[in-house]
Design a binder for this molecule. Structure first.
Ligand code: SF4
Length: 390
């Protein structure tokens, strides 16, 4: 199965199932009620032995994480996969763009499997290649494309990473966004950055880390003619933020932070930089998933925390640190629905298919896209003395 350029599950009236990826699994998907699922997953994994390497993103369900050989954020997992060349099959329990990154960074004989093709990322899907190319054309017409350096968050499709590679740009993670922006602004005189696809990470980094102002940032809306911006607004901007966001982190609100501070005395608010700027401004600490995990590990017993990131991770942190008071920042925010598409039945189905000699749901990035995406990833890796954790 090659990379599919389709939007993620546009549900509702008038939906076109044939336009969606991942609505069907060839073969038999075990029933979720099957009491033998755990035993089946274990048996299939044992049968595959060293041939399979199972990666589990921090936001995955417990039922899946228990079978992960390693856990981590998207970039760490892709690098872990690259460090296991003897593994013929990489089963990526995460979302589509992560499996693409793993395919880009692993060897040509390694095959990457995503147990459910519907496990996309709504943020990554908010920047489609055609939209970004149209934006680039508009920047060219406005006479500024020559001074624009495109930088894309790791949470983007392979073809957007490749676009950045082709156009002198780079990839960044939530840990190294600041140094990636420093690098980008050094690339050209009067450089501007086109930041894809998460406006919040871009804005938070530009304003809180780089000393830019909110007025230096404009938002390019791909659904409006010319992004909804005038040529003058584009010329005056330092940061052109793509109008994308994470459907989980983008839902935390500043009001809930105020409320928690009154109900939990001494609570420390710890959020991910994909949260809205107004939330980040009110937080005590802001950082990537790895930063959040390390902060909680190092926190003193008895300390109180409210964490604004994906619920599966927050739940596991609370379970692992019963000596600390850990709450989820907002009870109305749900799990990442696409991450949660990877469940035990899909994992069992993928592993048993491999045992039977059939590679299902293979994610394979075409060579040209891979070549340019690697260029953008390498520019990130070449940022001197800088952290690359997501
Ligand atoms: S948590 Fe947000 S950024 Fe991560 S996969 Fe889900 S929608 Fe995408």
């Amino acid at each position: 199965m090659t990379t599919v350029d389709l939007p993620l599950l546009p549900l509702g009236p008038g939906r076109d199932l044939s336009a969606e990826r991942g609505v069907e699994c060839p073969g038999d998907l075990p029933a979720a009620s099957d009491p033998d699922l755990v035993a089946r997953a274990r048996a299939a994994k044992e049968a595959l032995g060293e041939k399979v390497f199972v990666l589990g993103h921090h936001y995955q369900r417990d039922e899946v994480i228990q079978f992960a050989d390693v856990t981590g954020d998207s970039f760490k997992l892709a690098r872990d996969a690259a460090g296991r060349p003897e593994a013929e099959y990489i089963v990526f329990c995460g979302v589509h763009f992560m499996a693409e990154s793993a395919d880009i960074l692993t060897g040509p004989t390694q095959q990457v499997v995503l147990p459910d093709l519907a496990a996309g990322c709504s943020m990554a899907d908010m920047a489609r290649l055609g939209q970004v190319e149209a934006a680039w054309d508009a920047l060219t017409e406005a006479g500024i494309a020559d001074s624009v350096v495109p930088v894309t968050y790791m949470n983007s499709s392979a073809d957007i990473k490749a676009f950045c590679g082709r156009n002198g740009g780079a990839v960044c993670t939530s840990s190294n966004a600041e140094v990636a922006l420093e690098w980008a602004f050094e690339q050209k005189p009067d450089a501007k950055v086109l930041f894809l696809p998460d406006q919040h990470l871009g804005r938070n980094t530009a304003v809180l880390k780089m000393g830019l102002t909110l007025e230096d940032c404009v938002v390019w809306d791909p659904r409006r003619p010319d992004g909804g911006l005038t040529a003058e607004e584009l010329r005056n901007a330092r940061m052109i933020l793509w109008k994308g966001h994470c459907s989980v982190h983008g839902r935390f609100s500043p009001e809930v932070v105020d409320e928690l501070r009154t109900t939990i005395p001494g609570v420390q608010i710890l959020v991910h930089p994909e949260c809205q700027h107004e939330v980040v401004l009110k937080a005590d600490l802001v950082g990537s998933t790895e930063f959040i995990i390390k902060t909680i590990e190092a926190a003193p017993a008895g300390s109180s925390w409210a964490i604004g990131t994906e619920l599966n991770l927050v739940k596991r942190l609370a379970e692992a640190h019963p000596d600390k008071h850990i709450s989820f920042l907002d009870k109305t925010v749900c799990y990442c629905s696409t991450m949660n598409r990877i469940d035990l039945p899909h994992l069992v189905w993928a592993l048993e298919s491999l045992v039977a000699g059939t590679v299902v749901n293979r994610i394979e990035v075409d060579p040209e896209t891979e070549r340019w995406a690697k260029v953008a990833l390498q520019r990130m890796l070449d940022l001197p003395g800088r952290s690359h954790k997501d």
